[in-house]
Design a protein around this ligand. Structure first.
Ligand code: CA
Length: 370
């Protein structure tokens, strides 16, 4: 039996000179046969809360355990740590799960997608996820969109608003004008998504949704506040356009609640909820309900590679993979990190998650968590 011998949690600076605001959160799990697994928590706010939970409340009970028991070990921890609440806690579990799958793949000498049942595809197309449009003029939005399309050759584009979450229905006419301008710039046939980032009331969302239907947009993401699950379902059921949500759902049960409310495209995030094990449970849930699964991505590194293994395993993969702003988060401290090439990500094919550290660059960026 392989045994877990030690667990290190740490941050990595996206570049050696970057300030503490530009760091992501990682875990390394070491075993007695010399195999090391690498996992990543949600990079939001540097992942500090998840690192603390891993170090203080999770790592001690994993020492001496068999990494192949990962689902049992992590489900037990989820129930032991339940009072910590979802979010930072489920991000910690996600990081550990990804690291344990990395170990499992390396132990068997197989890429993770083989252990998930095989790949339907060797690469996945990407969509350009383009944020901060609440703060741009119509012309600026079009210029940024055209630049990304030219550089990345995406199969689709999603324009995100990223506005002030404490204000609803701030500029509906302006938002529709930007959606129209992007449609005009990219032509009638280009697949487009619109991400409200929870910026509307139900009435506001219906008004914007109707305009998006006229403009031929393919999906309308998070129209209302994520915690108003019933309202999200109401918007989804009243509109013809596909309404999506779920990047702020932290458990399988929360994703099931969205589906029950009427949402027909869900977007759980591998580094926020459950890791590979949790996302595969969502794959089964969506398959059972005929709901589209399009995982959310903030463009982490190890988390991104882990996500690609799951995408490879989904039969009905109906949308391209999210590719957020090109960012130092996909930093150069890794070998074989899947980066966009002509509009596609290749599925990693070497054992485990399939990404190796570049020792010198890694050491330069590693920041201890104490
Ligand atoms: Ca989103």
């Amino acid at each position: 039996m392989t045994k877990i011998t030690s667990i290190d949690v740490f941050q990595m600076a996206w570049a050696p000179e970057d300030p503490p605001t530009k760091r992501s959160a990682f875990v390394e799990i070491h075993t007695d046969d010399g195999i090391t697994g690498l996992g990543e928590a949600s990079p939001m706010h540097g992942g500090l809360a998840s690192l603390c939970i891993m170090q203080q409340h999770m790592a001690p009970s994993l020492i001496g355990q068999d990494p192949l028991d990962h689902a049992v070990l992590l489900e037990r921890l989820a129930h032991v740590c339940v009072k910590l609440g979802d979010g930072a806690m489920t991000g910690a579990l996600a990081a550990l799960d990804i690291a344990l799958w990395d170990i499992k793949g390396k132990l068997f000498g197989q890429p993770v997608h083989k252990l998930l049942g095989g790949a339907w595809r060797a690469r996945v197309p990407l969509y350009a996820s383009i944020g901060h449009n609440a703060f741009r003029t119509v012309d600026e939005v079009v210029s940024v969109v055209e630049g990304r399309v030219e550089r990345e050759k995406p199969a689709a584009v999603k324009i995100r608003w990223d506005g002030d979450r404490t204000v609803l229905d701030h500029d509906i006419n302006g938002d529709i004008a930007k959606a129209k301008a992007v449609r005009r710039a990219l032509g009638d046939d280009f697949p487009l998504g619109f991400d409200a980032n929870n910026g509307y009331s139900v009435g506001g969302a219906i008004r914007v949704g109707r305009a998006l239907e006229e403009l031929g947009y393919v999906w309308f993401e998070e129209p209302v506040q994520h915690y108003h699950v019933k309202a999200m379902g109401e918007v989804a059921q009243r509109l013809d356009i596909t309404v999506s949500a779920g990047e702020q759902s932290y458990t399988l049960q929360a994703v099931a609640d969205l589906i029950s409310a009427g949402v027909r495209m869900v977007q759980p995030d591998i580094v926020k909820m459950g890791g590979i094990t949790g996302l595969m449970q969502c794959v089964a849930l969506c398959h059972a309900h005929g709901v589209e699964l399009v995982p959310h991505q903030t463009q982490p590194s190890i988390g991104h590679a882990a996500n690609l293994h799951v995408l490879a395993s989904i039969m009905h993969l109906t949308k391209p993979a999210e590719y957020a702003e090109p960012s130092g988060r996909m930093m150069p401290a890794f070998r074989q990190m899947p980066t966009p090439v002509d509009g596609f990500f290749d599925i990693p094919s070497t054992p485990g998650i399939g990404v190796e550290i570049e020792p010198a660059a890694f050491a330069e960026r590693r920041r201890p968590f104490a």
